[in-house]
Design a binder for this molecule. Structure first.
Ligand SMILES: Cc1cc2nc3c(=O)[nH]c(=O)nc-3n(C[C@H](O)[C@H](O)[C@H](O)COP(=O)(O)OP(=O)(O)OC[C@H]3O[C@@H](n4cnc5c(N)ncnc54)[C@H](O)[C@@H]3O)c2cc1C
Length: 449
């Protein structure tokens, strides 16, 4: 580690703790210090992307550039610097009856990170991605100019920046349209499914109360039980729906820490199988609807600080892919079978239905189903497994999520993102010297023809 003229050298990783790289970092204290300098650099928010998207030769830490600039509590519009976290946004807007239009499964992501990855939530099938609710961005480009862009102004830059993984410039300010809510609770209902076909049937049920929906999958169940799951559906509860005990109350979250690296041996096929069996029966037996504070429903993992250390020092890859609706059952079945037979247990497996893709050129979601699996980096054999999964995804016309990726190849990336060429032309126009470059973009050759 070393510190010269505000530049700190240190080991860094994403949330999956793989890969770990030596990077230089700078941490601007104020918005006016946030500027592009000569050389290869990449902005970093809270480092909640799993792989190497927020790593690079020089990393610009945006965490201090985090002022809330304006909040219109009548119209539900927030303007903030991009380093602000979702948790900070929620603390400001919730008391006024507003919520995020789209939220990922952690509130420890920054606004800039949510725009750059064009994150999706459990309501994607109804409300699209985070970027679709952004009214305007202020960007700092490679030539140090500051420009605003939106769906109607500098559109090409806007749709290349949303989902563009920080490679078009630094996102400085974000103007966001919020969602009106009636309480801080959700009315949640669990639907157990005995296998994958039943899970898909549930997702497709038009009668389902599914403002938000997500399925937890027991990925160690095989044979006739392959893909057995608990589909968890919810909507923001109106005040009159709440039981008297919850009216006017505010639950306060607590956080337990995994303050040590759990030996990888603790998470083995047997312990995970045991956990999955118990979880399936406990959660599946909760048939009656119940009310959950938004913190518990949306951010269960945030309650265990540093849970990423559960996978041990070698870290893990979160493999998240999406496959188009037609053929999704076959594809997800093949993916689960491959993982289940690999004896490389995934502690977490989540399935979610996604809606139509948007105009952002590198945005991940498309109409279909997305599967996310946590796979520990035990040895090099993991790469073979991931290549097999990639082949299944490609064969079905799907793609892997860049915000989670650490291992895709340039060829596979280009095959999965058919609008890459259009994105590359815009990158070439705004950043011809590749001033913005991350380890992800270097690995995938992003920005080059
Ligand atoms: C527990 C957990 C649950 C998650 N659930 C979901 C989910 O449900 N849906 C989903 O879509 N994602 C999910 N994610 C992924 C996460 O939301 C994204 O990776 C998000 O980008 C993280 O934001 P960050 O501020 O930590 O960004 P970082 O990880 O720091 O950076 C991510 C990318 O954004 C770019 N970036 C960050 N700030 C800026 C800026 N100011 N200007 C330009 N570029 C910038 C970086 O260069 C990088 O390419 C989850 C992650 C975790 C850890």
């Amino acid at each position: 580690m070393g510190n010269q003229a505000g530049v700190l050298k240190c080991s860094m990783s994403g949330w999956g703790r793989f890969p770990v790289e030596e990077c230089e970092s700078v941490r601007p204290e104020r918005y006016r210090d946030l500027t592009a300098s000569a050389g290869r650099q990449i902005a970093r928010g809270q480092g909640r992307s799993y792989g190497d998207a927020a790593l690079g030769k020089r990393v610009i830490l945006t965490e201090r550039v985090n002022r809330l600039l304006a909040f219109d509590a009548v119209a539900g519009v927030l303007r903030a610097e991009a380093g602000v976290t979702l948790a900070e946004v929620l603390a400001a807007i919730m008391p006024h009856g507003w919520f995020l239009p789209v939220t990922p499964g952690t509130q420890w992501a920054s606004l800039g990170g949510c725009v750059a990855a064009d994150v999706h939530g459990k309501n994607h099938h109804h409300d699209g991605t985070f970027g679709q609710h952004v009214l305007e961005l202020e960007m700092i480009l490679a030539d140090a100019s500051r420009v605003t862009c939106s769906a109607t102004k500098n559109q090409a830059l806007f749709w290349a920046t949303i989902g563009g993984m920080g490679l078009t410039g630094i996102i400085g300010e974000v103007n966001l349209k919020l969602r009106r809510i009636g309480s801080s609770y959700l009315r949640v209902r669990h639907h157990p499914a005995k296998n994958l076909a039943q899970t898909f049937a549930l997702f497709g049920d038009p009668g389902l109360d599914d403002q938000y929906s997500v399925a937890w999958i027991d990925c160690l169940a095989g044979g006739k039980q392959l893909g057995r799951s608990i589909l968890m559906c919810a909507h923001h509860a109106a005040p009159e729906e709440l039981p008297a005990a919850l009216q006017g109350s505010a639950a306060v979250g607590t956080s337990r820490s995994v303050a040590f690296d759990l030996a990888a041996a603790v998470l083995n096929p047997l312990t995970i199988q045991l956990f999955n069996a118990v979880y399936y029966h406990r959660q599946g037996n909760k048939r009656a609807p119940y009310f959950a504070h938004y913190d518990h429903y949306f951010y269960p993992l945030d309650r265990i600080a540093d849970w990423n250390r559960l996978y041990g020092k070698r870290g893990f890859v979160q493999y998240q892919c999406v496959v188009p609706e037609a053929g999704a059952l076959t594809a997800v079945s093949a993916l689960l079978q491959t993982v289940s037979q690999s004896r490389r247990p995934s502690f977490l497996a989540v399935l979610k239905r996604l809606g139509v893709q948007n105009a952002a050129l590198l945005s991940f979601p498309l109409a279909g189903y997305t599967l996310a699996l946590d796979i520990p980096m035990r040895d090099r054999g993991v790469f073979d497994l991931l290549r097999t999964l990639d082949a299944i995804v490609l064969q079905h016309g799907g793609r892997v999520y860049l915000a989670k990726d650490a291992v895709l190849t340039p060829q596979t990336f280009r095959a999965m993102y058919p609008r890459y060429r259009d994105w590359q032309r815009i990158k070439q126009a705004v950043d011809p010297a590749h001033g913005f470059e991350s380890s992800l973009s270097r690995r995938l050759g992003m920005g080059y023809a």
